[in-house]
Write a protein of this length. Structure first.
Length: 237
């Protein structure tokens, strides 16, 4: 399944680069970051760029359904789109823009907004209820970044709570998860937990290649109420 690098299979790198700029302008399509390799936590210099061969190899090593789906979709892209896809994975401004500030009622929420001509950000809130002696409500808040409609990073936080006589009793369960097939960042939760009325998570995006520059930290939260109204947010610190 190995593919040649995009600048080998497109006529010239200059043609591909110029076309990419034309497609993405005036959005911030350039890769932001320092030109020199940073030291990783293990003290090893990071690769300067995320190449196509390195990205494909990284996806194969993940052994997850998400990575397999991304790999399948990525290999079907044209050479020019593969080149642009890799550039956008390394676009620090694009990952920093993965955020949302939302509020709503009992029917949940879904909206997709464009970041530039190839990247979109989907914002979703789902509400589920269970019955029984102790009925509970779960609010799940997810923000997902896609490139050419291929999901590359998804942050989720949820809170389950109980109510009685129109009042919220307590949050009984909460959690957070990240689904990441962006090989330019290693993303993990540094902390997550419940509050009296919801859940929070702190995300740390560490660079895997020098081209993305500094790490990015994010904060995600969802707040609930007895009336099944909610407030949710994902911000870049």
């Amino acid at each position: 399944m190995r593919s040649g690098s995009p600048w080998q299979r497109v006529s010239t790198a200059a043609v591909a680069g110029a076309a990419a700029v034309a497609i993405l302008a005036p959005a911030a399509s350039a890769v932001n970051g320092t030109p020199h390799a940073h030291a990783s936590q293990a003290g090893t210099a990071l690769p300067r760029q995320l190449t196509q061969d390195a990205y494909v190899a990284w996806l194969k090593k993940q052994h997850t359904d998400a990575a397999a789906a991304t790999l399948k979709a990525f290999t079907k892209l044209s050479n020019l789109r593969k080149y642009i896809f890799l550039q956008q994975l390394q676009n620090r401004s694009a990952y920093a823009a993965l955020q949302a500030q939302l509020k709503g009622g009992p029917k949940g929420f879904h909206k997709t907004v464009p970041y530039n001509k190839v990247i979109s950000i989907a914002r979703d809130v789902a509400i589920t209820k269970t019955r029984g002696k102790k009925p509970a409500t779960t609010v799940t808040f997810t923000v997902t970044q896609t490139i050419y409609n291929i999901p590359v990073t998804s942050h989720t936080v949820w809170a389950t709570y109980q109510t009685a006589k129109g009042k919220q009793l307590k949050v009984t369960d909460s959690g957070a998860r990240v689904t990441n097939t962006n090989g330019a960042y290693a993303i993990k939760a540094t902390s997550s937990g419940s509050t009296h009325t919801g859940a929070t998570a702190q995300w740390h995006g560490a660079p895997r290649v020098a081209s993305v520059g500094k790490a990015i930290d994010k904060q995600q939260s969802v707040a609930t109420s007895a009336s099944v109204s909610w407030k949710a947010g994902l911000t870049t610190n």
